[in-house]
Design a protein around this ligand. Structure first.
Ligand SMILES: [Cu+2]
Length: 120
């Protein structure tokens, strides 16, 4: 008898807390990182999705499908230089706006490994 009552009280207070916490959580629910896959080849990047719809943390997964090493730089951060067939991740926090990105290997951006990511 006592246990169910206590369980109900705990559940009720948990619900009350949940009710209070929900608006704050909802406001930040999009803080869970957006994922963008970045495929690198010679000499271009393909981003999927090609734009980000929610400001906040964005985790870029760089996949090198080319034949030479590449990296990916955006918003002042750069991934490790990765070899063909390898991948790496980079998380940056982005506000709404436009963010140029590029490969920092000399000559690669000029050859086409660059673009602009829009965060709406
Ligand atoms: Cu490159």
């Amino acid at each position: 008898m006592r246990l169910p009552v206590r369980a109900a009280a705990v559940a009720a207070s948990a619900m009350a807390l949940g009710g209070l916490a929900t608006p704050a959580l909802a406001a930040h629910s999009h803080a869970s990182a957006t994922s963008v896959k970045v495929v690198a080849v010679e000499f271009k990047f393909t981003l999927t999705p090609s734009a980000v719809s929610t400001p906040g943390p964005v985790t870029f997964t760089l996949v090198n499908k080319g034949h030479v090493a590449h990296d990916f730089k955006i918003a002042g951060k750069t991934t490790a230089l990765i070899q063909p067939g390898k991948s790496t991740k980079l998380t940056v926090t982005l506000k709404a706006g436009k963010y140029p990105y590029l490969c920092t290997v000399p000559g690669h951006a000029a050859a086409g490994m660059k673009g602009t990511l829009t965060v709406k």
